[in-house]
Write a protein that binds this ligand. Structure first.
Ligand code: C5P
Length: 306
């Protein structure tokens, strides 16, 4: 049972106040892009996890736990508990999504494991678990997991897990610049709070950008590029000032939009055309500002059996 699952970039990440449960209220426009991890689930004597870079990818998988702490293992445990079976499964994870890069790679693997294990253990003809059930279970694992099940482009509110699909037209072309060494998501959120506190600035109540929604619905890359926003960007740049140079370089090479992806440190560049994307990727490669330069397009579907 092999499931392919996409990375995400946040087209809008509006960060509201810190809640009592330690999360922030968000307005989060997710967009699934064609960088995929694959998770293969097979019957085994006990729960086993292995993690490797996908054959065509140079992702550094060193920091990813290959045990019960892996989000995919937790997903398998949840599905097993819901279906009343033992989680005797081997999960083979092949990664092409940057690790700790702000592209929800760990959440993607959890989403893939939910779909793969449900297929392995649920009744084929009369399944107990619906796609919505899997998304709800995903929210218990992480805020970004439900979107990795859903895919496409979607607006997330709450802590990002309450999703509504967004209308889009056509395909958008992206370039991603990865960095050596990840950023910790909680650390970036904490830095965002700290910067706001230092300025005596109350946390805003974010709302969905109308410009962004119109740009998506009309397939207007230039307008989309101008509407991209990320409230975590300042915090990510504060923790990793070198990212400013990466963003500048992408703009110089013709990106119509440039921003830190999620909590970073991956930087995302929107190109007006596929040819422009090739030019931006070549430019970034030559400039030597990124660990790796990756091209992708979106939107693409969420976790899918292959
Ligand atoms: O939900 P997930 O485990 O992926 O979130 C990782 C961390 O990101 C949380 O522990 C929290 O520090 C931060 N976060 C947040 N507000 C959200 C989502 C995540 O503060 N809405």
């Amino acid at each position: 049972m092999t499931v392919r699952v996409p990375a995400k970039v946040n087209l809008q990440l509006g960060v509201g106040p810190l809640r009592e449960d330690g999360y922030h209220d968000l307005v989060n426009v997710f967009h699934a892009v064609s960088l995929f991890d694959e998770v293969t689930a097979a019957d085994a004597a006990r729960l086993e996890v292995s993690v490797q870079a996908a054959p065509y990818s140079r992702v550094a998988v060193g920091g990813v736990p290959a045990d019960g702490d892996n989000l995919a293992a937790r997903a398998a445990g949840l599905v097993a508990a819901r279906l009343g079976v033992e989680p005797r499964v081997s999960l083979r994870i092949r990664k092409a999504i940057p690790v700790a890069g702000g592209m929800a790679g760990g959440s993607a693997d959890a989403a893939a494991a939910l779909v793969a294990c449900a297929r392995l253990w649920d009744d084929r003809d009369d399944p107990v678990l619906t796609r919505e059930d899997l998304m709800e279970m995903g929210a218990e694992i992480g805020s970004d997991v439900p979107f990795a099940v859903l895919g496409g482009t979607a607006v997330g509110v709450g802590r990002g897990e309450q999703l509504t699909s967004a209308l889009t037209r056509g395909t958008f072309h992206w370039v991603f610049a990865t960095a050596d060494g990840g950023l910790s998501t909680p650390a970036v959120y904490a830095e965002c709070d700290r910067l706001r506190e230092t300025r005596g600035e109350p946390a805003p109540r974010p709302s969905v950008s109308e410009e962004l929604m119109t740009a998506l619905a009309t397939g207007d890359a230039k307008a989309l590029g101008a509407a991209l926003t990320n409230d975590l960007q300042e915090a990510a740049l504060s923790l990793r000032p070198s990212l400013e140079r990466v963003l500048d370089a992408g703009r110089d090479f013709g990106a119509v939009g440039a921003l830190v992806s999620g909590s970073g440190p991956t930087c995302a560049f929107l190109a007006e055309t596929e040819e422009d994307a090739a030019g931006i990727a070549d430019g970034l490669d030559g400039a030597g500002v990124a660990a790796q330069v990756l091209r992708a397009s979106g939107p693409v579907p969420g976790a899918t059996l292959v």
